[in-house]
Design a protein around this ligand. Structure first.
Ligand code: TAP
Length: 451
């Protein structure tokens, strides 16, 4: 009998569906089918692969409402966010559809012959997805991987598999060949590990915690397998005294409480220049209290529940002994609710150093520009960050000084599918999205033809 796991709606705490837990044999069978499908896929003319991805995008676009409704139950995302995420998948597919015809290689002049560089697909790519953004993060891997001529086996997180499973079905409805893109539900230690160890999976993309990422990277190194890692973060939101303080304070809650803080790019440290520290907190308090936390099925909701009871208790542990400045509100009931919380912290506090992955933000003062850069970099992570200033020279200096893969000035934007995304230091290895996204799923081959 097939083993299963049970899904729980995070907004109600009620279990609602059982999902198969794949065995190693089932993973191996999917990889074997992917090997066969990939050969035919890579042999298609690039325009045919581009057309297939555009059809896939159209089918996803036609199912945005359905996918959003599934995500509300699956992960507790507010419906307006879930709708954006589903549309984003279609956009990533459309963007990736431009790649097959642009992976044109290079001809380099040589004496005595002709020299051609090809971008060839790896073969089968294994993609391991976390529970916080089940649809978008999956698409950042599978869309460019398919565009480059690979087959994909994808493992969603056990907590949130439903939208990925549905997207896998939509791929078939759109006419993608059987076996080319397979979504396999199951545990990380079985399915994810098999992607790492199976010799026919030639590249792995892992998004998740830094601790598991290190394990995945070690396994890939043992098989000399390339790996892209998108890991944790402790991003800084730096507010200088010369900033538009009203704007900076009004936007700060969204930058950390979006998706209940379960966002690798969450600006979970607000660093404020000492001379405006008190004024900034005065402006921040009403913005936090106005943050709408509640039923994710409502259009007006800005923040839903945390993903699980266990995660809520981990997040709550960060408040032990913390100096809480103020909190927003959250509903009662059986969902995994947690009120947005602002903590006054000093540099050595656990809350100022470790990733919380929940709606808790640490506020710290700094003295000057050099101190701001030092403090922003005083973390093992280097994923995202924001800085607020009206001084252009300072914006340039600080943006160049902060060790993060993505930064925004007078904004909190982190992800655009047409610009590169990824982390430095313990936040990751390699980049996703952007103009080179599909190329990252190819190996370079150089051939010299003697004449
Ligand atoms: P993890 O516990 O690391 O899980 C991520 C995925 O890896 C899940 O699908 C998990 O499977 C699987 N997995 C677990 N153990 C594995 C193993 N030994 N080998 C292979 N796969 C394994 O992370 P999480 O709790 O889901 O996600 C939260 C973390 O992800 C945070 O640190 C967050 O910052 C990070 N994150 C980073 C980004 C980017 S883009 N940098 C984006 C989102 C999240 P299960 O189903 O068994 O859990």
């Amino acid at each position: 009998m097939t083993s299963t796991f049970t899904l729980i709606n995070p907004a109600t705490g009620v279990s609602f569906q059982d999902v198969p837990r794949a065995s190693v044999e089932e993973v191996d069978a999917a990889i074997a089918r992917a090997v066969v499908a990939q050969r035919a896929w890579a042999a298609l003319p690039p325009v045919a692969r581009a057309d297939a991805l555009r059809s896939f995008a159209r089918v996803v676009e036609a199912h945005v409402e359905e996918l959003a409704a599934i995500e509300v139950r699956n992960s507790g995302h507010p419906v307006s966010s879930a709708r954006w995420e589903a549309s984003h998948v279609a956009q990533v597919l459309n963007f990736s559809a431009g790649a097959p015809e642009r992976l044109s290689g290079q001809q380099i002049p040589v004496a005595g012959g002709l020299d051609v560089t090809f971008h060839e697909p790896f073969g089968v790519v294994g993609i391991i997805v976390p529970w916080n953004f089940p649809m978008t993060i999956a698409s950042w891997g599978f869309a460019p991987a398919l565009a480059a001529g690979n087959a994909v086996v994808l493992k969603p997180a056990e907590l949130t598999p439903l939208t990925a499973v549905r997207i896998g079905e939509l791929a078939l409805e759109a006419g993608l060949p059987e076996g080319l893109f397979t979504v396999i539900t199951g545990s990380g230690s079985v399915v994810g590990q098999r992607f790492v160890s199976h010799p026919d999976v030639r590249k792995v993309v892992f998004t998740g915690s830094t601790s598991v990422g290190v394990e995945v990277a070690a396994g890939c190194a043992a098989g000399l397998k390339p790996v892209t890692l998108e890991l944790g973060g402790k991003s800084a939101n730096i507010v200088f005294a010369d900033a538009d303080l009203e704007k900076a304070a009004a936007s700060a809650p969204g930058a950390v409480f979006d998706n209940a803080g379960q966002d690798c790019c969450a600006r979970s440290r607000i660093l404020v220049e000492r001379s405006v520290y008190d004024r900034f907190l005065e402006l921040l308090e009403p913005a936090v209290q106005a943050w709408r936390v509640g039923d994710p099925a409502l259009e007006t909701t800005e923040m839903g529940p945390l993903i699980s009871a266990a995660h809520r208790s981990t997040v709550g542990g960060f408040l032990d002994g913390a100096d809480i400045a103020f909190r927003g509100s959250a509903p009662g009931g059986d969902g995994f609710w947690f009120a947005p919380t602002v903590v006054l912290a000093s540099r050595e506090d656990r809350i100022a150093r470790e990733e919380v992955f929940g709606p808790v933000v640490a506020v710290l003062p700094f003295d000057d520009e050099a101190d701001a850069i030092r403090l922003a970099n005083d973390t093992i992570y280097g994923l995202a960050g924001s800085l607020w200033t009206e001084n252009l020279g300072r914006a340039v200096r600080v943006a160049r000084g902060v060790k993060s893969g993505v930064l925004s000035v007078n904004s909190h934007s982190s992800v655009r599918y047409w610009t590169p995304f990824g982390g430095m230091k313990a936040s990751g290895l390699g980049r996703e999205l952007g103009p080179d996204a599909a190329e990252h799923f190819t190996e370079t081959k150089n051939v010299f033809f003697a004449t």
